[in-house]
Design a protein around this ligand. Structure first.
Ligand code: CTP
Length: 397
């Protein structure tokens, strides 16, 4: 990415503050940014913040003689290697879909000869409205690239799709857009994440502390590297990463069925903390305390081992990666697990601390050829490094 340049159009949405972080992250990667701040965008972030971060003047006026004299709007629209719209509001998307050009941002979008990447951000109802959907389809047909929007809680308090993609997701998409094809282009990836819940009765279940963060980070990194990615997830409080197909499940048996349905895949990453056991019988009605204080006895039966099943099945992915969550003898257990489950690699992590639910992880990659110790890093970085390692592996074979 080093030496490339981006024209960033900042629309008027609460997510505009994330665009400041985006500029910073691009600068760290040696990408220069010129910014157009719309009138509405300037209600959310100040021209001074944008100018300080880009190190350039901020463009905001189509009808300014002095600006036109310095760099005309046509020249500006073509000055960068890529045009990025973040946040792409419903208004900006509509203008571009219809070819309106009544301010600097919309004029630049109509005049540019470069690829445009949009990161939509709006309320869920707006995103799901027929007109926004229509504009989205039109823009995609016209060759506009998209990152997000993600699911999650909105600034307005509602929940759903319409949150702007995170800066690191936008950067990864920009990287792919600038560099042509991602290293995992053409590869199909299946990732599982989160816990499974095994019902006891209509109101209770057995589960574990898995937050899903590591699996979601891996799925996001694989998608950002160009892989067509399916994420089968147990119940977690996370938004789907950008450009990932999310399949939500509850129990281990549902996770197995959804994973089998997602095959064939080139690579499987089993990051889910699958419950090893489930109650033998699920009570149809809520279990009640008895007057004689006899506690219910819950008999457990073993769940299918999804990793072992997929690793020995007919549609075995070329690269099968499992996790080993251990509290003791981490490496010995991981090495044994690799052969027992028929996996190619095992990512071993010590979960005796606050790894489950935390944002950082320290893992070891156990393969046929040995053990790689990775330093402690964020779960997002583990995801990116694993995606890069997978790309390397596919390049070799
Ligand atoms: N796994 C699975 N299906 C299960 C249990 C685990 O696919 N029913 C997968 C996990 O997703 C992980 C790997 O197997 O990739 C190892 O999980 P872990 O919980 O560490 O191992 P277990 O098989 O549960 O073994 P043990 O509890 O004895 O350590």
């Amino acid at each position: 990415m080093r030496g490339k340049s981006v024209l960033l159009i900042i629309g008027g949405g609460i997510a505009a503050y994330k665009s400041l972080e985006l500029i910073r992250r691009l600068a760290e990667r040696g990408v220069t940014t010129r910014a157009i701040l719309t009138k509405a965008g300037a209600e959310f972030v100040t021209p001074l913040s944008v100018a300080a971060l880009t190190g350039e003047k901020v463009y905001d006026d189509l009808f300014s003689l002095t600006e036109e004299a310095a760099m005309g709007h046509i020249e500006l629209s073509r000055s960068a290697d890529l045009v990025v719209v973040a946040p792409a509001t419903a208004d900006l998307m509509a203008k571009m879909a219809y070819g309106l050009a009544n301010d600097l941002a919309s004029t630049a979008l109509l005049a540019t000869d470069k690829t445009v990447l949009m990161a939509p951000a709006m309320n869920v109802r707006m995103w799901e409205s027929p007109s926004a959907k229509r504009n989205f389809e039109t823009l995609k047909r016209d060759g506009v690239l998209f990152v997000g929007p993600n699911d999650g809680e909105m600034a307005c308090g509602e929940f759903g799709s319409g949150r702007m993609a995170e800066p690191h997701e936008i950067v990864a998409t920009i990287e792919t857009a600038l560099g042509g094809e991602g290293p995992l282009k053409g590869i199909k990836a299946l990732v599982t994440a989160g816990p499974t819940r095994e019902p006891v009765d209509p109101v209770r279940f057995l589960a574990n502390h898995s937050s899903g963060k590591q699996g979601y980070a891996i799925a996001g990194a694989l998608a950002a590297a160009g892989a067509e990615t399916v994420l089968v997830s147990g119940p977690v409080a996370l938004a789907a990463p950008a450009n990932v197909k999310l399949v939500r499940v509850t129990t281990a048996r549902e996770m197995l069925a959804a994973s089998e349905a997602a095959l064939p895949a080139d690579v499987l990453v089993m990051a889910a903390a699958v419950a090893d056991w489930r109650p033998d019988i699920i009570a149809n009605s809520k279990l009640k305390k008895s007057t004689d204080r006899v506690v219910p006895l819950i008999r457990l039966v073993e769940n299918p081992d999804i990793l072992a099943t997929l690793a020995s099945g007919g549609a075995r992915p070329r690269l099968v990666i499992g996790f080993a969550a251990e509290t003791d003898d981490v490496l010995e257990n991981a090495v044994a697990k690799r052969t027992r489950k028929g996996a190619d690699w095992i990512i071993a992590n010590d979960v005796s601390g606050d790894v489950m639910g935390g944002d950082r992880n320290r893992v070891h990659l156990v393969s046929e050829t040995g053990i790689e110790d990775w330093p402690e890093m964020s779960k997002l970085e583990v995801g990116a490094r694993l995606a890069a390692r997978i790309a390397e592996q596919f390049k070799e074979t």
